[in-house]
Design a protein around this ligand. Structure first.
Ligand code: MN
Length: 259
């Protein structure tokens, strides 16, 4: 395991905090056939003397896990759920490419949060020369789709997992963050997602703008969630600390049992 500063990462406000870099090749298998092909692809990587560990992501569709472990090719075999497009979907692609129903399973790469960088390879590849240099690439790097359309092919992907490790927000920001920052119209007014604590911390600003608030978000862990307030059934009273939003939430919650 190497410990050094990544010169490509954003400047860190706490310089003493060094990021431990863990890098691996990853494959995804949804059944034994795919796992076997992943094994062949992984062997081809071994043959070109990769210095990186190899991870196989298996879904419950892979039955012979222990067999694939026994080959000793993969440094780690992890279980993840299959991510599907529902079968009854009207997607016209389904007829031509039945495997497409399982294709989102690949998104499990972003759950390998013990790694900082992943180079993902499809199971239908054969590595001919050492490609460890791919770990020097920034995310998301990929090769072009063959000729047309002008998009990237997702068969070989360089993925960085540094940001907001392992949350949906981290993943979404990795994908859309740059356009969110640069395209002004994508930035919703604060009133569409007002942090609940705003109403306590910025009391005077809140008093001025409160009528414009459209969505209040009970986010974070500093404040209690509405359902963590105590409601006394016998007196039909919320504890005195409950504010207007907590009361509103409880009123709706009450209406469930009354209706
Ligand atoms: Mn492929």
């Amino acid at each position: 395991m190497k410990v050094k500063n990544d010169h490509r990462s954003k400047p860190c406000s706490t310089p003493h905090l060094r990021i431990i870099k863990r890098e691996a090749f990853a494959f995804v298998a949804t059944d034994d056939k795919y796992a076997e092909r992943a094994l062949v692809a992984a062997l081809s990587l071994k043959k070109v003397q990769t210095t990186k560990p190899m991870v196989l992501i298996c879904t419950p569709g892979v039955v012979s896990i222990s067999r694939f472990k026994n080959f000793g090719v993969f440094d780690e075999i992890v279980m993840r759920p299959e991510l599907n497009i529902p079968q009854n979907d009207q997607n016209p692609n389904l007829l031509l490419r039945p495997w497409i129903t399982k294709t989102f399973t690949k998104l499990n790469i972003w759950t390998l949060t013990s790694y900082t960088k992943i180079v993902y390879l499809d199971t239908d590849v054969l590595v001919l020369k050492n490609i460890d240099d791919l770990f020097q690439r920034d995310e998301l790097s990929a090769g072009p789709e063959d000729l047309w359309p002008d998009v990237f092919n997702s068969g070989v992907l360089c993925v960085k997992l540094l940001l907001f490790l392992g949350t949906d927000q981290g993943l979404l920001n990795d994908v859309y963050g740059n356009s969110w920052r640069t395209v002004p119209i994508r930035r919703l007014p604060y009133t569409y997602n007002m942090a609940y604590s705003t109403f306590k911390i910025y009391r005077s600003a809140y008093d001025r703008y409160k009528d414009e608030v459209k969505v209040v978000h009970f986010l974070g862990t500093l404040e209690r969630k509405p359902w963590e307030f105590i409601f006394n059934e016998s007196t039909n009273q919320l504890e005195p600390e409950a504010d207007v939003y907590v009361k509103k939430w409880w009123k709706l919650h009450q209406s469930l049992s009354n209706g």
